[in-house]
Structure formats: C-alpha cells, structure tokens
Design a binder for this molecule. Structure first.
Ligand code: GDP
Length: 137
C-alpha cells in the first residue's frame, strides 16, 4: 500500500470538476484517504514548489496556484504514485493521452488541472506539507 499527494488546481476547481476528478481516482482503485479544499498563500505555493524556484515559469506557477482555491488529497492504493501520474497524463495537456485527466479537463501547461507527486519520497514530503497523520485514514 502506497500514498501519494494530489492537488486539483484552481482552474479545475473553478470549472466545477472536483467531483469528476475525484471519481477518476476512486474508479481506478485509489482510495481518498484525506481531502480538503484550501486557499494557498503565496508563501505556501513558493514553499511547495521550491524545487522549481530557478525555473523561468516559477512566478507564473505561484501566481496561478494562488489564483483560487485548490483541493488537496491523499490517495492510497497499490502503486498509488505511478497510478495517479498515469491518470493525470502529460504535464502539457496537448501531449496528454486521450482519457487522462489533463486531456479531458486542462487548457494548457500553466493551467493543467492537477498536480501529483512524482516519486514516493516526494509524496511523503508533500503529504506532510498539507496533512497531519490523524487527518489521514
Ligand atoms: P508535473 O509533475 O507534471 O506537474 O510537472 P513539473 O513538476 O515538471 O512542473 C510543475 C508544474 O509547473 C506543472 O504542472 C506546470 O503547471 C508548470 N510547468 C512545468 N513546465 C512548464 C513550462 O515549461 N511552462 C509553464 N508555463 N509552466 C510549466
């Protein structure tokens, strides 16, 4: 059993597809072990994406992530990290496979509907960023 972190980004929350995206997880064997809707502060977003601080798109990414509320969830299941990445599709929705979350709900690489941890190690760090252990079950 593995855990990973998912974020439904502001574009998808604004579009009203929280339920449709959570359904993709549950319909594909991922349990929602924790979930909450929150408004990130600028310092939250900067800390969460610190790994991208030197990238040219960092400021745009932070501005976008605080442009409205997000839904953060802990997904649990066998190979949860890789499974979630598969359900999400490629970072650029134009390259995302048909039937993936980004192909179906994202507009472009800035507003690409979802975030998912990219390794089991990062998943543990990202989950601890948003949730205490007693919020996860
Ligand atoms: P992810 O793991 O698929 O979300 O992709 P990354 O970890 O590489 O990038 C984090 C986020 O930064 C992506 O989801 C995009 O929203 C954004 N991003 C990544 N690459 C680019 C880029 O080349 N241009 C812009 N504008 N945003 C990008």
């Amino acid at each position: 059993m593995e855990r990973t972190l998912s974020i439904i980004k502001p574009d998808a929350v604004a579009k009203g597809v929280i339920g449709k995206i959570l359904d993709r997880f549950e319909s594909n064997g991922l349990k929602i072990a924790a979930t909450k809707k929150i408004q990130l502060t600028r310092s939250d977003a900067e800390a969460f994406y610190a790994i991208h601080a030197e990238r040219p798109f960092f400021n745009d990414l932070v501005d976008f992530m605080i442009s409205g509320p997000v839904v953060v969830s802990v997904l649990e299941g066998e190979k949860a990290m890789a499974k979630n990445r598969e359900l999400m599709g490629a970072t650029n929705p134009k390259e995302a496979e048909a039937g993936t979350i980004r192909a179906d709900f994202a507009e472009n690489i800035d507003a690409n509907a979802v975030h998912g941890s990219d390794s089991v190690e990062n998943a543990a760090i990202e989950i601890a960023f948003f949730f205490s252990e007693r919020e996860i079950s």
